[in-house]
Design a protein around this ligand. Structure first.
Ligand code: PLP
Length: 835
């Protein structure tokens, strides 16, 4: 019989064990080994099967629980773990110490709202599709460890992303198992009265989309997840949070409206009910969550009587926007008509003009609404996720700041990091932290981790073949798949074209001969999901699967279906080499290689994303890129050849070069990797940078615009208004540069003078700058040095300076807006150039 409906009954724990409930629901257990050990000992078999403490507690036998409740040794460990969690949640940590040190200096925010469409905290809460979600999960965990007061906001998807399996002929098959929120580590957010919080968002035609709000507790950080599966909702609206990235544009905009607008309402309700401080800073993690800024504008317009521009100034000051993709197709865009459909009657956001909303998302194509553009226009501070991605993003979005050089585009970068305690083997972490370890011990540890991976590969290969329809009798060979002593290379990631899953198959014979090399064999584990609508990606997976199905190589290459966090962990632990071959520069950062490095894996990667800045020549290998080659086929050929050569001629020989049983040269590289990358790839480093470079300055700006009845916001808005009416008439009337006698030399003094018509603006409201630089091929100034000029009365400005460059040098004069509440000189995208 099939169950009509499935529901979960939580175990009622005997009173002495009640602390187990807290330890199992606070997701800190996911990165705290002693808590995991304790939970596992409740029922080691169930734990090994599920890895999910709530499942263990709800299925453990009452007898077992009863006997544990009288087991003094167990109760002692339980008290210790509960006490440890309690201290973890309440003690001062880095953020609190940082606040105590700085006294009355620039404020640190009392809370930060962190909005993301996906969160990968643990496989026990499958609410992510890939890198973006796992990064968000790592961000929360590191923030918790550092005491950074985040309130995270997203959606609860009833089928998560999808589970992947394979058909017999290697085609991806998607499954959408339905989750029961009550079986997940979640708690309903309730009002002070005890009634569940219901967020309301108005849909066209006066319909209402309601969402309840679940809370997952990630250490110290509450993660609020909105859920539209509410009985009072119309049937189609109940499905808004059914799947992640699973519907059409209409489905998606509803999700983004709920996450952004509903998300802010959920935060307000949560703070109201719990007395939690409200956020001064809001972090928009990728454009999807960008509607949050519009809701905050609405709050200020309807609640505080500001006009749109004043509200915009106030909202921008406290908003941080992070862009995560340099792939134009990866940017969220909606047809303008669709946005008009939801915002047009102004019922969704009363008091917020649709025209203004549409202008925030305007892009080159007048028919499209661009969520990244809106994200950038609603945030005073923005960043990419590696240095290279920062550079690429400044170029990609430079059109929003016309007249400025790419280098001046106000998008910085914070390189992503990964949460060490989640991803690194505990013994390896001790090595990163400086524990002494001999070559023999280190090699033994690497072998142990590789061995765990080999066991997992065998288990999953067998399961996958059973799933594909093979009978157990034909699967004896799966017991011998992979060899615990063979050089193990991993490649696992989503399957968009730019990641080039099949680059390794460019020359199948060459790959085959490397896998089967008599002295120096290589084994390759591949995994990754293709977006359900992407048949091209599925065809790539099929190519790999077909190659790996061949009885001649299937012991040395596997494709493991259903890449997720639980599989990923084994791959990062066990692989000796982590392969990454994206089309440079389309990988914004990449984080899987960081997780491998924390376990002593060596990266073999194109110099893209994080690897471009952290590869130092001896902590792994850089696959040379054929950057200038326009023809993609030719480029793939060149880069694949470079990959084979590195792997065959450098990587494998080093791995198999043994002295007294251990590969000394290899281990030296492992040690260097742990030492050079160990500290810099940590999410704690990343979150500290977000605090220092973005959250704290944003809190300062927010305080400056909000105080004294939003005086700052009103002044800034009035200033922008004045610029709007005058700027078109601001002009550099004339300018000259005075050189000394004879041919000027580097470092010689010069003076620049200019006359400027300010069109009614005050001299204090602009910056007039002399710009000197080399003259490039197109007469543009390169390596420009800008120096502010003195106002010497009337229309006159001047400055004395020294020549910064030898060779062909040029100069110009420019005028910029100046206001103490601006965060960068390019911020308003306004500049007047001489001539
Ligand atoms: C780390 C991780 C990713 C992201 O890896 P990239 O290198 O950014 O592609 C994706 N999925 C899972 C399960 C991960 O753990």
């Amino acid at each position: 019989m099939r169950a009509l409906r499935r529901f979960t009954v939580r175990a009622s724990l005997p009173e002495p064990l009640s602390a187990l409930g807290t330890l199992a629901t606070n997701l800190r257990w996911t990165w705290h080994q002693p808590t995991q050990d304790l939970l596992a000992s409740v029922d080691p078999v169930l734990w090994a099967e599920s890895g999910d403490p709530l499942r263990v507690l709800s299925t453990a036998s009452p007898d077992r629980l009863e006997s544990l409740s009288r087991d003094e040794e167990f109760l002692g460990r339980l008290r210790a773990a509960a006490g440890d969690l309690d201290r973890y949640l309440t003690d001062d940590r880095w953020f609190q110490r940082r606040r105590a040190e700085q006294g009355d200096g620039a404020p640190l925010p009392s809370a930060i709202g962190y909005f993301s469409m996906e969160f990968g905290v643990t496989e026990a809460l499958p609410n992510y599709s890939g890198g973006l979600g796992v990064l968000a999960g790592d961000h929360l965990k590191a923030a918790s460890d550092l005491g950074v007061p985040l309130i995270a906001v997203g959606l609860l998807y009833h089928s998560g992303y999808f589970r992947q399996s394979l058909s017999l002929d290697g085609w991806q098959v998607e499954h959408y198992p339905v989750l029961d929120p009550r079986a997940l580590p979640l708690e309903l957010v309730t009002e002070r009265s005890g009634a569940p919080v219901l967020v309301h968002v108005t849909m066209p035609g006066g319909r209402v989309l309601r969402a309840k709000v679940w809370k997952a507790q990630v250490g110290r950080v509450p993660l609020l997840l909105l859920d539209s599966d509410v009985e009072d909702n119309d049937e189609d609206l109940r499905g808004v949070t059914d799947r992640l990235y699973g519907g059409d544009q209409d489905h998606r905009i509803r999700q983004e409206i709920l996450a952004g607008i509903g998300g802010v309402r959920a935060v307000r309700a949560f703070c109201e009910a719990t007395g939690h401080a409200g956020p001064e800073v809001f972090h928009t993690n990728e454009g999807h969550a960008g509607f949050l800024g519009l809701e905050r504008i609405r709050e200020l317009v309807t609640g505080d009587g500001l006009d749109f521009d004043q509200a915009l100034a106030a909202v921008r000051a406290g908003t941080v926007f992070t862009t995560h993709t340099p792939v134009p197709a990866g940017i969220d865009r909606f047809p303008v008509d669709l946005v008009q459909h939801y915002f047009g009657d102004e019922e969704l956001l009363p008091g917020v003009s649709t025209q203004r909303v549409l202008a925030l998302g305007a892009e080159e194509n007048p028919g499209l609404f661009n969520m990244a553009h809106m994200g950038l226009r609603l945030a005073q501070r923005a960043n990419g996720v590696s240095k290279l991605h920062g550079t690429v993003s400044r170029d990609m979005f430079r059109g929003l700041w016309p007249g400025f050089d790419t280098a001046e585009v106000p998008i910085g970068s914070v390189t992503n990091g990964v949460h060490g305690p989640t991803w690194a083997d505990a013994r390896m972490s001790a090595v990163v932290e400086g524990a002494e370890i001999s070559d023999e011990e280190l090699w033994e540890l690497r072998g142990h981790l590789r061995g765990k991976l080999v066991d997992e590969v065998r288990r999953r290969t067998r399961a996958s073949w059973l799933q594909r329809g093979a009978s157990a009798l034909e699967l004896g060979w799966t017991d011998d798949v992979f060899d615990p002593d063979v050089l193990t290379v991993g490649f696992a990631r989503r399957v968009p074209t730019y990641k080039r899953l099949t680059l390794m198959l460019r020359d199948p014979e060459r790959l085959r001969s490397m896998l089967l090399h008599p002295e120096r064999p290589v084994q390759l584990v591949v995994a990754g999901k293709s977006h359900p609508a992407d048949d091209g990606g599925k065809a790539l997976i099929q190519q790999i699967v077909r190659f790996a199905d061949d009885a001649g190589v299937r012991h040395r290459i596997v494709f493991l279906p259903d890449y997720d966090m639980s599989m990923a962990r084994f791959l990062y632990w066990g692989c000796d080499v982590w392969l990454n071959n994206p089309m440079r520069p389309l990988e914004a950062c990449g984080t899987s290689g960081m997780k491998s490095a924390l376990n002593g894996g060596l990266n073999l990667s194109i110099r893209d994303g994080w690897w471009d800045e952290l590869y130092d020549g001896s902590n792994g290998w850089a696959i040379p890129t054929a950057d200038g080659v326009g023809d993609p086929t030719r480029r793939d050929d060149l880069e694949a050849t470079a990959l084979y050569e590195l792997l065959g001629n450098q990587v494998a020989p080093l791995f198999y070069d043994r002295t007294d049983g251990a590969p000394r040269g290899w281990l030296a590289m492992v040690r260097h990797t742990l030492a050079s990358l160990g500290p810099s790839v940590q999410a704690s480093r990343m979150v500290r940078e977000y605090v220092e470079e973005l959250y704290a300055p944003a809190a300062g700006s927010a305080e400056a615009v909000v105080g004294d009845g939003y005086r700052g916001a009103k002044e800034l808005s009035a200033y922008r208004q004045r610029l709007r009416s005058s700027w078109a008439r601001v002009r550099v009337l004339d300018s000259e540069i005075r050189l000394g006698e004879g041919t000027p030399v580097l470092g010689a003094p010069v003076s620049v003078r200019a006359r400027v018509d300010l069109a009614g603006l005050e001299p204090g409201e602009v910056d007039v700058q002399a710009v000197l630089g080399r003259v490039g091929d197109g007469d543009e100034l390169v390596d420009a040095v800008t120096t502010p000029m003195r106002h010497v009365g009337g229309e006159d400005y001047e400055v004395d300076l020294t020549l910064p460059h030898a060779g062909g040098v040029g100069y110009t004069v420019r005028v910029l807006p100046k206001h103490e509440l601006l965060a960068s000189r390019a911020e308003l995208g306004r500049v007047v150039l001489a001539g």
